[in-house]
Design a protein around this ligand. Sequence first.
Ligand code: HEC
Ligand code: HEC
Ligand code: HEC
Ligand code: HEC
Length: 129
Amino acid sequence: MRKYFISGIALVLVLAAGWTAFSDQDSQYLERLDNWAFESPRRPGAVFSHDDHIFDLDDDCSICHHVYEDGELVPDESSEDYYCSDCHSLKPAPDNGMPLEAAYHKLCRDCHFDRGQGPVLCGECHIKE
Ligand code: HEC
Ligand code: HEC
Ligand code: HEC
Ligand code: HEC
C-alpha cells in the first residue's frame, strides 16, 4: 500500500517537472502583441491570437480596429492599417482621450468581463516569457 502511495507521489513529481519544462518552453512560442510602443515595458507582452478573436462570420475587424469621427464611432469602418499607438498616446494628451495602456486594458479586459470568457488577471495576459 505504502509502496503504491510513494510511487504515486513520484509519478506526480515527474509529471509536474515535465509540465513545468513543457510550459516554460512552450511560452516562447505563444503569439504575443508587440509592446514596442511602451518605451520601457514593465511586463512581458500580452498573449493574443487574432485567430481566436475573429468571432463572427462577417469578420468584424472594427470591434478592435475602430474609427471615430468627432468622438463618434463610425460603424463598418476599420483602422487595421494603424497601430493603436498611432492614435492613443503613451501619456494623456488633450487631443486624444485615452492613453495607450488604459485603452488596451479597457478594450481587452472589458470584453472578457462582459462575455465571461478570456483572461482578466494580469498574469494570464502578461504570461512570463
Ligand atoms: C486581457 C489581457 C490583459 C490583462 C488581464 C492585463 N493586461 Fe496589461 N496589457 C495588456 C495589453 C494588450 C497591453 C498592451 C500591449 C502589451 O503590453 O503587450 C498591456 C499593457 C500593460 C502595461 C504597459 C506596458 C508595460 O509592459 O509596461 C502594463 C504596465 C500592464 N499592462 C500591466 C498590467 C497589470 C498590472 C495587470 C493586472 C492588474 C494587467 N496589465 C492586466 C493586456 C492585459
Ligand atoms: C480583439 C481585437 C482585434 C480584432 C477583432 C482584430 N484585431 Fe487586428 N490587431 C489587434 C491588435 C491589438 C493589434 C496590434 C496593434 C498594435 O500593435 O498597435 C492588431 C494588429 C493587426 C494588424 C497589424 C499586423 C499584425 O498582425 O500585427 C493587422 C494587419 C490586423 N490586425 C488586421 C486585422 C483584421 C483584418 C481583422 C479582422 C479580420 C482584425 N485585425 C481583427 C486586435 C484585433
Ligand atoms: C485611427 C485612430 C485610432 C486607432 C488606430 C485606435 N483608436 Fe481607439 N479610439 C480612437 C478615438 C478617436 C477614440 C475616442 C476618444 C477616446 O476615448 O480616446 C478611441 C477610443 C478608444 C477606447 C474607448 C472606447 C470607449 O468605449 O470609451 C478604447 C478602449 C480604445 N480606443 C482602444 C483602442 C485599441 C486597443 C486600439 C488598437 C487595437 C485602438 N483603440 C486603435 C482612435 C483610435
Ligand atoms: C470583443 C471581445 C474581446 C476582445 C475585444 C478581446 N478579447 Fe480576448 N477573448 C475573447 C473571448 C470570447 C475569448 C475566449 C475565446 C475562446 O475560448 O475561444 C478570448 C480569449 C482570450 C485569451 C485566451 C487564449 C485564447 O486566445 O483563447 C487571451 C490571451 C486573450 N483573449 C487576450 C486578449 C487581448 C490581449 C485582447 C486585447 C488586445 C483581447 N483578448 C481582446 C474576447 C475578446
